[in-house]
Write a protein that binds this ligand. Sequence first.
Ligand code: EPU
Length: 385
Amino acid sequence: MSTFHQTPRLQASADSNALSSNPTNFDIDEISTLGADLIHHNTMRLACQADRLINLGKESDIAPTITQLAQMELPIFVLSGGSNVILPKVLNATVLHPTYKGINILSEDEDGINIEVMGGENWHELVVYTVNQGWYGLENLALIPGLVGASPVQNIGAYGVQLEDCMTHLKAFHIPTQSWHQFQKAECQFEYRDSKFKQEAGQWLITRVGFRLHKDASKVNANYGDVSALALTLAKAEQRSVATPIDVMKAIIEIRQSKLPDPQHLPNCGSFFKNPIISNEQFATLQTQYPNIVGYAVGDKHTKVAAGWLIDNAGLKGKGIAPILTHAKQALVLVNHSDVDSVSPASQQDILATQRLIQQTIHDQFGIDLEREPVWVDDQASYNS
Ligand code: EPU
């Protein structure tokens, strides 16, 4: 039998094993906010007015809520942490926001532990909690904004690790057919910043994510850039001769804080473009003109180019069309400099202006087409890639 692990920050949801409830006692109006302002529900702080907002506190609320919305023929939009979406000014939809929480220990042995985490948990708090428990594997993914339920959608990744490296399975509700599904990792179609759930955007509500974490404190993944040197310095400060996953986590927190803007202070949605993958021939040609260009081999025939380097070297670091500019310390991140309390805070159209300027400049200078990474939502809650 599985047990729920309760912590001050990560609380077990009392009924998170209950998969359905009696819809007859269920009144959707009781849990709805009509005419919801979403400016504080997206980390880019874009103005967005939605028809209705429903906080889903229990997994068992999902089926009756979606059944009723379908009967009323109301469009549905799932909004998790709002850290990877570009929302429209007006969203003609009912927004479902998961707030269900809990960590479920499935099994444990001397080498590791299998856990299942509710989708409404905060991602970074999960990373800190597991590492402090001595359950390792998520440390390289520290400080990524957002909630656990959204983490498989774009297969979040940083510093040489992607979600798929530790994820085992997930449970999700399919909105169009109103049915529950369980997926093993191999069924999630994970790619770089991509998955089945990103391909089928808007159709899935991910409620639980399973992880296999290990307990070997000597096993770290610190080969990326400056992580290993900083992790070792931090270890030595604690009288340890080698870096542990805790040191790696602390190093990554420090590196991210030095380069990436904190959305609480400077609204953003992380990397705005994917690192483009081009042929080795095209990369070799670019290298003759730009000897410092940064790229990493992908298989035998392709190279993944650092989009931040391209934007920086095209002279666009800290630039754009106000109020949306690239970040002064990491050109791959677009930041919103508008005042969220003003009468006209930044909107999707402002993002589009800067996005197009960057794409056109990079196309003209390097012959590379940059692809947007966050999800673009239109006023009918449809997704555009
Ligand atoms: N670079 C520049 N100028 C810049 C930015 C980057 O020259 O303004 C160069 C760097 O010097 C480095 C290279 O580009 O040589 C790569 O930069 P960095 O290590 O910062 O990583 P990235 O490729 O820009 C990716 C992820 C990040 C993740 C980091 C670290 C994508 C789209 N982005 O960024 O993910 O944190 O690696 O692993 O793959 C996110 O998805 O929101 C995100 C922040």
